[in-house]
Design a protein around this ligand. Structure first.
Ligand SMILES: NC(=O)c1ccc[n+]([C@@H]2O[C@H](COP(=O)([O-])OP(=O)(O)OC[C@H]3O[C@@H](n4cnc5c(N)ncnc54)[C@H](OP(=O)(O)O)[C@@H]3O)[C@@H](O)[C@H]2O)c1
Length: 214
């Protein structure tokens, strides 16, 4: 697949290196693609990876992955140009001070999750929420004692979810489809729980969720 990863930070690096190593063509969309830091990321990611400004990266890709702070998403999308028809995977966590969700039932405008707000900004994109409920280290190494950790995904476009599930499984996750895009409110809250356990409860970042079924 041709994948544009918007961002060059922890999440972008983990996902981009993993997919490039598995044969996908990955373009990191950076505000400054020529910097030494981004060049080092490309060297680490290998020959299937390149870097570009956001419009070029998105133009050459059918899958777009948002791996920037939520507060930067709108501007990045405006710079991306037309994302209509493209799969748009939202990894962001919109977090308010005090480890609270930025979106809930009282938010003006009706969006109860960040990705539903992104759907307003990019109405023709094929949105999927994924890769937000675990730490970046787990995206690089999703297995614990040989067992896959769970990647929850949701969205209203089944084909887009299928492509996202494939990309998650290739990294080593077990995928659980949580339903339509409105389920993202639960995924975004689950991310808050992960952060709470890791940081506030002192469990550290080597933790991951796994859904068990009888
Ligand atoms: N870290 C985690 O474990 C984790 C896990 C799940 C989800 N998330 C979510 O994933 C997203 C990315 O997290 P991250 O930890 O990868 O972040 P990060 O390491 O801070 O990297 C964010 C990247 O976004 C780009 N960016 C674009 N506009 C920006 C702006 N206005 N301010 C700052 N950076 C900007 C930067 O790349 P350029 O400078 O190259 O443009 C930067 O490298 C966040 O929404 C976060 O909540 C993080």
């Amino acid at each position: 697949m041709k994948i544009a990863i918007v961002g060059t930070g922890q999440v972008a690096a983990a996902l981009g290196k993993g997919w490039a190593a598995r044969g996908h063509m990955v373009t990191f969309a950076s505000r400054e693609p020529g910097t030494e830091r981004v060049q080092q990321l490309l060297a680490d990611a290998g020959p299937n990876a390149s870097a570009a400004r956001v419009a070029d990266a998105v133009g050459r890709s059918s899958i777009i992955v948002l791996a920037v702070p939520f507060t930067a998403v709108r501007e990045r999308l405006e710079m991306a140009g037309d994302v209509g028809g493209k799969v748009l995977i939202d990894c962001t966590n919109p977090i308010a001070p005090g480890l609270r969700p930025m979106f809930d039932a009282t938010t003006p405008g009706g969006a109860t999750s960040g990705v539903e707000q992104i759907a307003v900004w990019a109405p023709r994109a094929r949105l999927v929420k994924a890769f937000n409920t675990t730490g970046a280290e787990n995206m690089a190494a999703p297995r614990y004692n040989g067992q896959p950790s769970t990647m929850f995904i949701c969205g209203d476009d089944e084909v887009a979810k299928g492509a996202t599930a494939q990309l998650a499984e290739e990294l080593g996750f077990e995928v659980v489809d949580a339903g339509g895009l409105s389920a993202a409110r639960h995924l975004e809250n689950l991310a808050l729980l992960w952060i709470h356990l890791a940081r506030v409860n002192g469990m550290g970042r080597d933790i991951a969720f796994r859904l068990l079924r009888r």
